[in-house]
Design a protein. Sequence first.
Length: 137
Amino acid sequence: MIIHKTVLLVDDSPTVRRMLDWSLKSLGVKTVQAADGLEALEILRVREVDLVIVDLNMPRMDGIELIRSLRGDEKHKRLPVILLTTEAREEDRELAYQAGANLFLTKPSTPALIRLNAAAFLEIKAPAQPEARKAQP
């Protein structure tokens, strides 16, 4: 099955980016990676993506700043964004949604949960995973 969807993975941890890439592999999507928000914006200037999964705390430009930048850009204002972070504080969740995040997930999140939510935003069918449940916004 060939799916022509691309997901931008934005996290300063190469390990987290590899885990996300592995988690999405069964969906048949392509991934591109950035280590922070500024690198993500550079990629988005030259490449179309269908979903962004972004960390909150990163050097140079954090996830909230990246989301605000995307929402302020006509080309990317409707691009789905999942914020995936170790921060579980309610104020971080509120900041993320105020900035324009479509979904707020906390780490660690299971690969099945990441796949299920990514598939929903990409409007593709996710492989059956009994332990996966959609996160509540």
